[in-house]
Write a protein that binds this ligand. Sequence first.
Ligand SMILES: CC(C)(COP(=O)(O)OP(=O)(O)OC[C@H]1O[C@@H](n2cnc3c(N)ncnc32)[C@H](O)[C@@H]1OP(=O)(O)O)[C@@H](O)C(=O)NCCC(=O)NCCS
Length: 165
Amino acid sequence: MTMRPPSPQDGREVWQLVKQSPVLDLNSTYHYILMCDYFRDSCVLAHHGTQLIGALIAFKHPRQRETLFVWQIVVDPVARGRGLAGRMIDLAIQQTGCTWLETTVSPSNHASRHLFESWAQHHSAKLTDAEGYPAAWFKSTHEHEPLLRIGPIATQAKKQQGAEK
Ligand SMILES: CC(C)(COP(=O)(O)OP(=O)(O)OC[C@H]1O[C@@H](n2cnc3c(N)ncnc32)[C@H](O)[C@@H]1OP(=O)(O)O)[C@@H](O)C(=O)NCCC(=O)NCCS
């Protein structure tokens, strides 16, 4: 298994992977190509051989550069439950140097909620809930998207300093 930032040519495969997870909002291939291009430094793809098995699509908050916003994270059903999602988040945090993570998780997505709770706990970071985006702003079938904020997250350098004390 390998993990790396995407290139724009990966957008179509990311779209395919997201399409396999009906729980996620599927956007256009163009949207994934753009994300894989303009936000490549904050995104992570995981491959098993040549097969794409995981994707994390995220970007640095435009007004709070220390915050990474995780927009979509998806793992191929056959590769779930082995810590891959957590490792992709670790790499995105490492790549960006961000010390805060934000995401929205719809109330019915227990796997996603559990992932971020577990990740925060693992990193000894606090998780707080905020209002996010109300259901009324979306099309009729879309749930409320509460915002989760996790941090502060110790950077690799800070962890090392702590270990040396
Ligand atoms: C959510 C998702 C990315 C998790 O991927 P994963 O690689 O299986 O996650 P991990 O193995 O890193 O597990 C992380 C934690 O989440 C928990 N978890 C994973 N799937 C779960 C599920 N279906 N129900 C409850 N908890 C779950 C794991 O038990 C683990 O917790 P632990 O550390 O306490 O054991 C994956 O289930 C997925 O792709 N789901 C569909 C897309 C989606 O909902 N994305 C999130 C919203 S953008």
